[in-house]
Design a protein around this ligand. Structure first.
Ligand code: ADP
Ligand code: ZN
Length: 516
């Protein structure tokens, strides 16, 4: 039998392991169930492919993406490893052949979709084969707390029940601890060995820039990076086309990419970006699944992503080659409305919506945080990052100044109380700035003492409110239409018992969210 080191060199052509790969491979070979959480590009595939070769017999890999399965199978075969996939694109004749080859023990690694994995006819086929290992790729799909829930994943524990002697390795790049726990429970993993790699992408720099009138700023950035290639993500298909055209008119080689383009055009644009001379691809989030261009120098978002997981994954496509790369997000609080619309449109039960709203809320917090962006991202994924300048985010480059914001806090809290704790941040900011809106007049709120408290712009008040909520000086009810209410600390501020440190407003151009 080949040892792991010979297999590594002979079949994969590598001389050493990437971080965690060896530990994971060892645990699998020892017959343990494993939960492996590694960033995209961390080398997850090898963690089951190598044991598959050491074990002999058959390794079954469950994966949700047919296109990726095909790529993997091709790559394995090119390395002389007998691999196959059974999917709906095969004709009956082809399928029978593959099934026979499996029964003859001549396939080492078999890729299948989660739907097929639990079909009785497929399970009985497997029962006649020599199943030695089960790998569940994109395992976060099993969890409602993940960002890509697929109900059919819930049935995969049937594999474990059918083949109790074969270890199960679950792999994912999504690391929120609740998802990890859920994966282990749902798959009924037996005392799994857990490996969680670092999610820090040291070569990426994170920035958040106000979205108002962003186009000239985008052009300025791209002009300074003429020799670089990158992705600009837009929310809608139409926006990708409009932006590509506007950039084209400014002399940039930009192409649109989205699911509504004819297959041939899409393939051509992807090819032009991956290997040709198109420097910029204006894409919806459909772009990127399976893209493997190592030298993407920037990933820019012109619209707010729906959650941190998506943002991390999309920005993760920058700098795969390890060279310094930029992640820029043009942020407007108004984009939250679009996300709300999407969440409602998506339907789902109350729990699913609640999860979606909480995730969207965390995305806003990322944009509005006064602290290090990298630390925020890593904290979100349950990884501790030290309190120190990270050297790669706008916050650490220009740290915010803190002032005694007790008066500001008192003004906000008094206003919330005067309107009966029934309104959200935008409305409170409107009152504080003395807006002439019809809604305020209808409610008779232009006569409140808090009306037109002066001194700050609406954007600044919004930032203060956000910070007060974040620091627990007022409470936001959350949900679809969050309402601001007082808590013990709010009352302590009004009573003069608490001092409130707040972030000093910045000059234009750094973070202030525009009005929504
Ligand atoms: P993931 O599935 O975690 O995103 P992949 O399995 O696709 O990652 O691997 C990412 C890249 O790393 C691939 O190009 C792969 O060939 C490469 N790779 C994997 N293991 C090693 C290794 N031990 N040494 C060098 N490169 C590796
Ligand atoms: Zn930082």
């Amino acid at each position: 039998m080949d040892t792991k080191h010979t297999v590594l060199e002979k079949y994969f052509g590598y001389t050493s392991f990437l971080p965690y790969q060896e530990e994971i491979v060892d645990a699998v070979i020892a017959g343990r169930d494993v939960l492996a959480v590694m960033a995209t590009g961390g080398g997850k595939s090898l963690c089951y492919q190598l044991p598959a070769l050491v074990f002999g017999g058959l390794t079954v890999v469950v994966s949700p993406l047919i296109a990726l399965m095909k790529d993997q199978v091709d790559a394995l075969r090119a390395n002389g490893i007998p691999a196959a996939t059974i999917n709906s694109s095969l004709g009956l004749g082809e399928r029978r052949i593959i099934e026979r080859v499996i029964l003859e023990g001549r396939i080492r690694i078999l890729y299948i979709s989660p739907e097929r994995a639990v079909q009785p006819s497929f399970l009985s086929l497997l029962s006649q084969a020599d199943v030695r290992l089960i790998a569940i790729d994109e395992a976060h799909c099993i969890s409602m707390w993940g960002h890509n829930f697929r109900p059919e994943y819930r049935r995969l524990r049937a594999l474990k029940e059918r083949f109790p002697a074969a270890p199960v390795i679950a792999l994912t790049a999504t690391a929120i601890p609740a998802v990890q726990d859920d994966i282990a429970v749902q798959l009924a993993l037996k005392e799994p060995a857990r490996f969680v790699g670092s999610f820090n992408r040291k070569n990426l720099t994170y920035r958040v820039v106000p979205k108002a009138r962003y186009f000239p700023r985008l052009v300025a950035y791209l002009s300074e990076h003429r020799d670089d290639a990158g992705i600009v993500y837009c929310f809608s298909q139409k926006a990708t086309e409009d932006l590509a055209e506007k950039l084209h008119n400014k002399g940039f080689l930009a192409l649109p990419y989205h699911a509504g383009l004819p297959d041939a055009v899409r393939a051509e644009h992807q090819e032009a970006f991956s290997h040709g001379d198109a420097a910029i691809i204006c894409a919806t989030v459909a772009f990127g699944m399976g893209i493997d261009k190592p030298d993407v120098r920037f990933v820019i978002h012109t619209d707010l992503p729906k959650d941190i997981e998506s943002y991390y994954q999309e920005t993760g496509r920058a700098g795969r080659d390890g060279e310094a790369s930029d992640c820029i997000l043009f942020y407007s609080r108004g984009d939250y409305g679009t996300i709300r619309y999407l969440i409602e449109k998506e339907g789902g039960d109350a729990t699913q919506k609640d999860v979606a709203y909480r995730k969207a809320g965390a995305m806003l917090d990322y944009c509005e945080t006064a602290g290090c962006r990298r630390k925020f991202l890593l904290d979100y994924f349950g990884e501790t990052y030290p309190e120190e300048p990270c050297g790669g985010c706008d916050r650490c480059e220009a740290p915010v100044k803190v002032f005694d914001g007790t008066e500001v806090a008192s003004a906000v809290i008094a206003c919330i109380r005067q309107v009966g704790e029934r309104f959200g941040a935008s409305y409170i900011a409107d009152i504080l700035t003395g807006s002439k809106s019809a809604r305020i007049r209808e409610n008779g709120h232009e006569t409140l003492p808090a009306y037109d408290s002066g001194r700050y712009t609406r954007d600044q008040w919004l930032l203060f409110i956000q910070e007060l909520v974040g620091k627990g000086f007022v409470t936001s009810t959350g949900g679809r239409y969050p309402v601001l209410v007082l808590n013990e600390r709010s009352r302590a501020v009004l009573a003069g018992d608490l001092v409130v440190p707040l972030t000093e407003p910045r000059p234009e151009g750094v973070v202030a969210p525009e009005a929504d």
